[in-house]
Design a protein around this ligand. Sequence first.
Ligand code: OAD
Length: 242
Amino acid sequence: MIRGSDLGILKEKLAEARAVTVLTGAGISADSGVPTFRGVDGLWRNYRAEDLATPEAFERDPRLVWEWYNWRRELLAAKQPNSAHEAVAELERRYEQFWLITQNVDGLHRAAGSRKLSEIHGSIWMVRCTACGSIEDNRDVPIAILPTCRDCNGLLRPHIVWFGESLFPEDLTQCASALQACDVLIVIGTSGVVYPAAGFASMAKEAGAFVAEINLDTTPQSDLVDLSIQGRAKDVVPLLLL
Ligand code: OAD
């Protein structure tokens, strides 16, 4: 249920704000037809994360992991950003101080025009050499199974932050300052259970920001935020621009 009064409160806060930060999760891409992780048809309902999205899984069976990422690349290559991604890109244009933190690896925020962003879980469209560490863009669909580095011939892996791995240090610094500095944080389409992102709403709130959540459902964060708006991202987020 989208309540007009709730939207009005958030729009007022946005009108007063100088610095805005947005945090997104799989729910914003659900409206583009991208499966979420923990929803009814979520990826982690059908696959075991420990077999596919951990450094141990890649060490044990890199072929299986690449086959899974190839399947996801094929699925994502056909997807387009939706009106919520576009509205987030427009928010970036409206504020001098703006930062987008996304947990999504699908590249749809960039495709919608977002440039001031941290893809804190990496990108499915980037690969990293397990030997020399070099990072490259790679949009091959399908990508060669067991792809190798053009510099050193080492085995390439997806440039994704897997379970048990830390965020990239430059992203942590950037996110901490965006959460400290913002007047408003909008949290869109994340279940709020995967750390460190799950702690970002309370970090911003402690630093004095007004924190709003936009989600199809309630989440473990709903009681913590200042405002929780229930609805589809593609319906609610564009309304913030009107
Ligand atoms: P989840 O699948 O855990 O949560 C998706 C959230 O989106 C849920 O709270 C849904 O209620 C909400 N949602 C679904 N459809 C929506 C819609 N149309 N509009 C608004 N909200 C909607 O996904 P994340 O929170 O992103 O990590 O998961 C966090 C991380 O866990 C992911 O980045 C991924 C996963 O393991 C990696 O792959 C490293």
